[in-house]
Design a protein around this ligand. Structure first.
Ligand SMILES: CC(C)(COP(=O)(O)OP(=O)(O)OC[C@H]1O[C@@H](n2cnc3c(N)ncnc32)[C@H](O)[C@@H]1OP(=O)(O)O)[C@@H](O)C(=O)NCCC(=O)NCCS
Length: 218
């Protein structure tokens, strides 16, 4: 069982001012789905139902923290969540946790992307598919290269989720290049062939999990 309170605290420290977050443990969350959310899991296996239900519960809790009553958050045809008017947000789940972040929009934040992964090294044979040449040079000088490579994977998933609502563009891992400040837990990201400004965010390794958050300022 994960140390969910420690991860909740770490996530709350990652989110920028004006945003809110929440976490749930899948399998422990009652089904509070709205009818318009159910299509997304109509034929899903129990594990997928549990993570979806937990993700929606997190999202509603985070919205509640911003003063928003419970509302439906359906999935679009591209699987991206459709947030209530006036909000942006992002959801992620791994085997033992679901998390969500939300912010009011318009406001200081145009878009958010979040990811959670188990804090274990990326398989060596995947590194060249995930990390650019510059990122691989960075890893070559790092003490914990495998874990940092997994962190790069997680950050790129969060970048993808943050940029998608603005661009509706599918990205490959090598379309995104990161510069990490591992000490500060910050990163900058450049998306190839994109009109987006440079992106950035924060990451943290806490209680056996990698947390990555990308935010695009208004
Ligand atoms: C969405 C994706 C990034 C992560 O999905 P995953 O592996 O299931 O992992 P997570 O649990 O972290 O995230 C799933 C959640 O992301 C959200 N999501 C899915 N598609 C999304 C999109 N296009 N834009 C924003 N958020 C999206 C959903 O809330 C989803 O959960 P839900 O279906 O329960 O609502 C992945 O499935 C995907 O579509 N990848 C293709 C693009 C990519 O990865 N490129 C390389 C990185 S640049």
């Amino acid at each position: 069982m994960s140390d969910a309170p420690a991860i909740e605290k770490a996530l709350a420290e990652l989110v920028p001012d004006g945003a809110a977050s929440a976490r749930r443990i899948p399998e422990t969350v009652g089904d509070t789905l709205f009818p318009e959310e159910r299509a997304a899991i109509a034929r899903a296996v129990p594990r997928r139902r549990a993570e979806f239900i937990a993700g929606r519960a997190c999202a509603r809790h985070a919205l509640f923290r911003l003063g928003q009553p419970a509302m439906a958050i359906p999935s679009g045809p591209d699987r991206a969540p459709i947030w209530p008017d006036g909000f942006v947000g992002s959801i992620s789940h791994c085997e033992d946790l679901a998390i969500a972040v939300v912010a009011r929009c318009p406001g200081a934040i145009r878009s958010l992307g979040v990811d959670i992964e188990p804090a274990c090294p990326l398989e060596a044979e995947l590194v060249e598919n995930i990390c650019t040449a510059a990122e691989q040079r960075y890893l070559a000088n790092a003490a914990n290269a495998g874990l940092l490579a997994k962190t790069i994977f997680s950050i790129k998933e969060s970048v993808y989720k943050a940029q998608y609502p603005l661009t509706h563009t599918m990205l490959e891992f090598l379309d995104v290049e990161l510069v990490l400040d591992a000490t500060a837990g910050r990163f900058d990201a450049v998306v190839a062939n994109s009109a987006l400004p440079p992106l950035g965010g924060r990451f943290r390794i806490e209680a056996g999990h990698i947390l990555a958050l990308t935010y695009i300022a208004a």
